[in-house]
Design a protein around this ligand. Structure first.
Ligand code: NAP
Length: 257
């Protein structure tokens, strides 16, 4: 097992859901954690909880991954040893609305492309050169089953997650010959704030997505990331595609009614 003791792990989108769970899982495994997201209050609270539950050192940075200049400034100004990131978890992401692809509003189009695709490239661009210099590191990209299958109402979101899958595969080739590892963890339905964000705060609509079935928990996805990161150094897990038992394909969900 590849130990995480004395490792630095950076998680984007760590104020909620899968990112927050990943921060806690890696902190429990002995890593020091950099937690990043846009909502300062939520991020501070999540960081306090993670540090309290695990005793890990946690550093918080407010960051919008869509802002390339901010990304470069924030990573360049990390203090001392925190700059040496061993595991980068590119998790920040979202789906916005369920409109047909051709009718996606400009705000939703930019929101999904800028966060899920360009944000991932901005952050990786700020971190990966250091990993290559040290010949040590692991980039974990949060993909989705939406990177494998397209579903009605998910045209643009699925396109962004197909792009994440291509980026994941290409990044592994980019670092070919180095010891740096690249993994995608691609879940199906996970109960987080994902649907609340997709439906712009409509809690009733969001709850319907997970009604009468047992979705994955954010902790299940974090556990898969931790497993990939703790394989022996010569092992690169390319992708983990995972769904709850009640889901068998993009829209094939068994409801217990
Ligand atoms: P979530 O609970 O809504 O969490 C999303 C996180 O991303 C939040 O911490 C949010 O924090 C952050 N974020 C959003 N925009 C950001 C930006 N521009 N810059 C920095 N951080 C940003 O949703 P989740 O389910 O945990 O989603 C995490 C990842 O899993 C996403 O990439 C999503 O596509 C993927 N995923 C989710 C599911 C699912 O069913 N839940 C399935 C497959 C894949 P702030 O708002 O504070 O910035």
């Amino acid at each position: 097992m590849n130990t995480l003791n004395d490792s630095t792990v950076c998680v984007t989108g760590a104020s909620a859901g899968i990112g927050r769970a990943a921060a806690e899982a890696f902190a429990s495994a002995g890593a020091r954690i950099i937690m990043m997201a846009r909502r300062e209050d939520r991020l501070e609270r999540a960081a306090r909880d993670v540090a309290g539950a695990t005793g890990a050192d946690v550093l918080v940075r407010v960051l919008d991954v869509t802002d390339r200049d901010a990304v470069n400034t924030v990573f360049a100004s990390l203090p001392g040893a925190w700059k040496h990131i061993d595991v980068l978890i590119n998790n920040a992401g979202k789906a916005l609305g369920l409109a047909p692809g051709y009718a996606t509003t400009p705000e939703h189009l930019d929101g999904m492309l800028d966060t899920n695709v360009k944000g991932l490239v901005h952050v990786t661009g700020a971190v990966l050169p250091g990993m290559l210099e040290r010949n040590r590191g692991h980039v974990i990209n949060v993909g989705s089953t939406a990177g494998h299958w397209v579903y009605p109402g998910g045209t643009v979101y699925c396109a962004t997650k197909h792009a994440v899958r291509a980026l994941n595969e290409g990044l592994k080739m980019d670092v070919h010959g180095s010891a740096v590892r690249v993994t995608s963890v691609s879940p199906g339905l996970v109960e987080t704030e994902f649907s609340l964000v997709r439906f712009e705060g409509d809690r009733e609509k969001a709850e319907q997505v997970y009604a009468n079935m047992t979705p994955l928990r954010a902790e299940d996805v974090a556990d898969a990331m931790l497993w990939a990161a703790t394989r022996p150094p010569h092992v690169n897990i390319s992708e983990i595609l995972m769904m709850c038992v009640d889901q068998s394909h993009a829209t094939m969900v068994h409801r217990h009614v």
